[in-house]
Design a protein around this ligand. Structure first.
Ligand SMILES: Cc1ncc(C[n+]2csc(CCOP(=O)(O)OP(=O)(O)O)c2C)c(N)n1
Length: 615
């Protein structure tokens, strides 16, 4: 795999190195940023989401001279609208998001395929097979087919760079947005990349073209036909594209594959002939037929949906695929080998462990001092039914907090809370719990709905002044831009009031009693109420480190009150008989948030004597 070649790089350099033909050691995300920069991108937008986030962050680092306008948008639809507008103005534009982000942007995406753009518009969807850090594992290759746009699937960092450069040209040649689909392994694995030189792509300038950009029905109908004609033209071009290639080896077995699975196939079955596809929509039909005719047996190896397999079958080719390889989860060299064994292509091997070593399971936990803990302790005490959302606070659904009843998609909490309240079936006060970034992403319309329709719900906005879950990105309520420049700050209480909420409380979540009281009063309010907790994330912008606490062992009765906070700094003493065990605080990681001291009935938690911040 490309990642293993990385260490052989003679002079590891970074994506931020100046234009050079020296090899660089880059992740797929860094390589996309590099490719976009080389292609003369002028506007780059996105919303953070694993595994895509580093694309825009790298672009900022690559461009200290600020020739590219880069922004974190409030959500993926806004990001795509901005990018489409930029391309309409004649500037090459890049828009990056994780796979579920394309659901949010889909409204624009589907029609942008009709309008096309004046300058190249490239959209990156970073998919997450295996659900390492997402709410689902949808296969966004289907989106390319759905919208009718070209789809490029890089297999490693070099291709991530090369395909990005190519994508801008394709987008302009065919007047259509191009979708680049990566997966976690391509986005995050590092490989050696031979870069090119920075191109200057002039801004073509805006030209009024209502027939192309005003999608009234009378314009949209011909633009749809035009899209189908462009697809026809692409169908011819894709046949000769160097992004697809046949590698003839042993002709008994021919494997069709794309993306990272190409490397798995090569590793597991190096003798097989391979049709390696990089441009997968529209499919190169002639090349596929030629390959099928040249091999004894045709097998597709692809992650998630039978996207290639079904298209090959529709050509009348006898093809196998999902009969042997799983349709869910991430493929690995082991699962690919296992599939070939089941298909009878490789001899059955001794059952071997899937991984060489044993790793302890380590479930994710909230950080020591995380300001999200206390509000969920209060909600549990209030017996609330909690419609949750997506962010670090989603961990409140797990042991020991167990204080969240749903998590579906970004912004869903408030709408679902409205539905729960209107169902009449909730067993307690109905609360929506949503982070500040998520609230600005997709919570505002739902809060307006609650206020407008007078639904009795409480909305808890967990304002930690960052997008913590994805690594601490700025958003419109943090006061900075992606480049760290000062920006206007959305006044969250004022926004809630402006949407029609009259009951708005702001509280410090490190004050457990005040947080409890605020939520208790809010759920007792007749209509929609909002409680905003406002403590910065302990990790951003700088790690918060206050006076740490320790436990006076003689006072501790091991009552578990502090254990139920789930703070990773709190552990049991070791080597004690269970009845005599005591709580310990790891002074090295304790941030001094004081919440454990507030829940301890024995006043056993006290500041460490003689601690100084310098130590
Ligand atoms: C549509 C979509 N876009 C992006 C993401 C990635 N993502 C997960 S949670 C989150 C935001 C978290 O920020 P916030 O709501 O402020 O909560 P925090 O993690 O700071 O507690 C993002 C961007 C996603 N899951 N879905």
């Amino acid at each position: 795999m490309a990642a293993s070649k990385a260490s052989a790089s003679p002079e590891p350099a970074t994506a931020t190195s100046p234009a050079t033909s020296r090899p660089l050691l880059l992740s797929g995300n860094e390589a996309i940023a590099r490719g976009a920069r080389e292609a003369g991108v002028r506007v780059a937008t996105g919303y953070p989401g694993t595994p895509s986030t580093e694309i825009l962050e790298t672009l900022v680092r690559l461009d200290p001279g600020r020739q590219v306008y880069v922004e974190w948008a409030t959500n993926e639809k806004v990001a795509l609208d901005v990018a489409l507008g930029a391309a309409m103005g004649g500037a090459r534009a890049l828009c990056a998001m994780k796979h579920v982000g394309l659901n949010v942007a889909a409204d624009t995406f589907m029609t942008a395929a009709y309008t096309g753009a004046r300058a190249g518009l490239v959209i990156v969807t970073a998919d997450d097979p295996g659900i390492h850090s997402s709410q689902n594992e949808q296969d966004n290759r289907l989106f390319a087919r759905f919208a009718g746009v070209p789809l490029l699937e890089p297999a490693d960092s070099q291709e991530a760079r090369d395909f990005t450069v190519e994508a801008f040209d394709l987008a302009e040649r065919f007047d259509v947005p191009v979708l680049i689909r990566t997966t976690t392994r391509v986005s995050h694995a590092r490989g050696v990349v031979t870069p090119g030189h920075l191109q200057v792509a002039p801004v073509l300038g805006f030209e009024r073209a209502p027939g192309k950009f005003v999608m009234l029905p009378s314009n949209a109908r011909p633009r749809h036909r035009a899209l189908l004609e462009r697809l026809e033209a692409m169908t011819r071009e894709v046949e000769a594209s160097p992004l697809n290639r046949i590698e003839w080896r042993d002709r008994a077995l021919g494997v069709v594959t794309s993306g990272i699975t190409y490397h798995y196939v090569r590793e597991v079955y190096p003798e097989a002939s391979v049709l390696k596809l990089g441009w997968t929509h529209p499919l190169p039909q002639g090349l596929s037929r030629e390959f099928a005719a040249g091999v004894g047996r045709l097998v597709v190896v692809e992650e998630l949906e039978p996207f290639l397999e079904e298209q090959l079958r529709a050509l009348g080719l006898a093809v196998e695929g999902k009969a042997w390889f799983p349709r869910d989860g991430e493929l690995t060299p082991e699962t690919v080998r296992h599939g070939f064994e089941r298909a009878g292509c490789l001899p059955a091997s001794e059952s071997r462990p899937l991984s060489s070593g044993q790793t302890a399971t380590r479930p994710p936990v909230l950080c020591p001092g995380c300001p999200h803990v206390a509000p969920f302790v209060a909600l549990r005490q209030l017996g609330a039914v909690v419609a949750g959302d997506i962010g670090c606070y989603t961990l409140a659904a797990t042991e020991p907090l167990l204080a969240m009843d749903s998590t579906v998609a970004m912004g869903s909490s408030i709408g679902m809370a409205i539905g729960l309240a209107r169902s009449g079936g909730a067993t307690g006060p109905v609360v929506a719990a949503i982070g500040d970034s998520t609230f600005l992403h997709a919570g505002l319309p739902a809060l307006a709905d609650a206020a407008y329709n007078g639904t009795r719900v409480t909305v808890l906005i967990l304002d930690n002044a960052t997008t913590a879950m994805t690594g601490g990105q700025a958003h419109p309520a943090t006061g900075t831009t992606i480049r760290g420049d000062a920006a206007s700050v959305v006044d969250l209480p004022a926004v809630c009031r402006a949407l029609g909420v009259t009951s708005v409380r702001v509280v410090d979540p490190y004050d457990l009693a005040a947080t409890h009281l605020a939520l208790e009063q809010a759920v007792a309010s007749p209509g929609v109420s909002v409680v905003i907790t406002n403590r910065p994330c302990v990790e951003a912008p700088a790690k918060v480190r206050d006076h740490p606490f320790h436990v006076i062992a003689e006072r501790c009765t091991a009552c578990q009150a502090c254990m139920n906070l789930g703070c990773p700094s709190i552990t049991w003493s070791e080597g004690w008989h269970e009845e005599r065990r005591k709580v310990l605080i790891d002074v090295g990681t304790c941030t001094g948030c004081t919440v454990c001291a507030q829940v301890c009935p024995m006043e056993a938690m006290v500041p460490v004597p003689g601690w100084s911040p310098k130590r």
